[in-house]
Design a protein around this ligand. Structure first.
Ligand SMILES: NC(=O)c1ccc[n+]([C@@H]2O[C@H](COP(=O)([O-])OP(=O)(O)OC[C@H]3O[C@@H](n4cnc5c(N)ncnc54)[C@H](O)[C@@H]3O)[C@@H](O)[C@H]2O)c1
Length: 387
């Protein structure tokens, strides 16, 4: 495989135009070679911006092109299996946006096709490549596997303390604040997104829980008041629990994601990929902040982290209100790993790096989301082997 790797992007909508296309164009590991979309006006706009790309409205043309070495599939989940089958037949690597598919039957068929073809395959659970998440996961796993409790840990009665099998077992919570006024029309189309955010958002978070807790998810119980409020609890084979709370009647003026992981007398907190805080873990940094993307206000909130972000966001919201342009609130984004996941997938393709989020990990995260959906429908706990 030559270096850099030539990519064709299939589906050049807002996700691709906002992230994958500029990220591929700027990468020194990958090259933006072809853009595919059924909408000619999108292709014309892209030709005006990226002069040396090829364009086509037929994904089969791009897949068959010998100069296209890898595919980035960023259509909505209405189009997955036919493209993956064509790419598998051409024996090319493929990155696929989340969710992997709209139904469990299609999920399992994709898994079969990918395993049989043996192609490098990556699903866009990009938080696995966010700098803050990567560092937090490493600290948490290290502490879970080689506990480093602090000598000051309050211990009321060491001699009398009962010896309990769950001593140290981790629990984690994920809190999502979203504003549904920002959602696209297709989200409400049952043909395109039959399970709404319980699938297309949830797989990000079930994947993070699986990754941080590093155990087999066994049982899920969920309550949902469609389409905006969802509560999901996942029990893992070793007794760990993860709780995911998603609210879509929230606000863009407050950070979207909070992850709190506790185990072995320690805590690792990831506040919206802007800062990581730890406590009770000897030698772990107490607080670390991470760079933001598209920061229009570098002179405001210079301390960074959550407090810096809140100051920048207040400035962006004031500008949006004054200009009557609500898109101006989109500034100072946390680095969710969108650029890094493509670069790391290239490393995987080239044999230089590990599997980033392969088909089996993606299927695991998607099955947990489907178990949660079944649980809300049937109002009972659902075991993973049921889905
Ligand atoms: N990983 C993330 O953080 C993240 C964020 C947002 C969206 N997404 C995912 O990305 C995917 C795309 O979302 P979006 O918001 O960009 O949707 P979108 O509707 O803006 O874009 C989809 C594009 O696909 C094109 N398309 C449809 N059928 C096609 C075909 N047969 N061949 C070629 N192009 C075709 C459409 O014309 C459109 O331009 C979704 O699955 C969504 O869940 C992921």
């Amino acid at each position: 495989m030559p270096d850099p790797v030539n990519f064709a992007v299939i589906g050049c909508g807002s996700m691709a135009r906002g992230s994958h296309i500029p990220n591929l164009a700027q990468s020194n590991k990958a090259r933006l070679h072809t853009c595919v979309d059924v909408n000619q006006s999108v292709l014309t706009e892209l030709q005006g911006k990226y002069h040396d790309i090829r364009t086509t409205r037929d994904y089969r043309v791009a897949v068959a092109d010998p100069n296209v070495q890898a595919i980035c599939l960023a259509t909505t989940e209405q189009l997955r299996l036919p493209v993956i089958e064509a790419v598998a037949k051409a024996a090319k690597p493929i990155y696929v946006e989340k969710p992997l598919a709209r139904s469990l039957a299609e999920v399992y068929e994709i898994q079969r096709v990918v395993r049989q073809a043996g192609i490098p395959f990556c699903v866009g659970h990009n938080r696995r490549c966010s700098p803050a998440m990567v560092e937090a996961q490493r600290i948490f796993r290290q502490h879970m596997e080689h506990p480093a409790p602090c000598r000051w840990r309050f211990d009321r009665n060491p001699q009398e303390r009962p010896r309990l099998p769950d001593d140290g077992v981790a629990g984690m919570s994920v809190r999502i604040n979203d504003d549904w006024y920002s959602w696209k029309q297709w989200v409400f189309d049952k043909e395109q997104a039959p399970h709404g955010p319980m699938l297309f958002e949830m797989t990000h978070f079930t994947d993070v829980c699986n990754w941080f807790l590093a155990a087999e998810p066994e049982e899920v119980i969920a309550l949902s008041h469609e389409p905006f409020n969802h509560g999901v609890v996942i029990r893992y084979a070793d007794g760990q629990l993860a709780t995911i709370s998603m609210s879509a009647n929230g606000t863009f003026a407050y950070p979207k994601e909070l992850y709190e992981c506790f185990g072995n007398g320690g805590a690792v907190i990831i506040d919206c990929m802007l800062e990581v805080r730890t406590a009770g873990i000897a030698d772990a940094p107490a607080r670390k902040t991470y760079a933001m993307i598209h920061d229009r206000h570098p002179q405001i909130g210079t301390e960074g982290g959550v407090s810096g972000w809140l100051s920048k966001k207040r400035a962006a919201c004031a500008e949006a209100a004054a200009a009557g342009d609500t898109s101006l609130v989109l500034a100072a984004n946390p680095d969710k790993g969108h650029a890094a996941i493509l670069d790391q997938f290239v490393d995987e393709i080239q044999g230089r790096g590990p599997v980033v989020c392969g088909v089996d990990e993606a299927v695991r995260a998607t099955r947990v989301a489907f178990a949660a959906i079944k649980s809300t429908q049937e109002k009972r706990a659902v075991r993973l082997e049921e889905v």
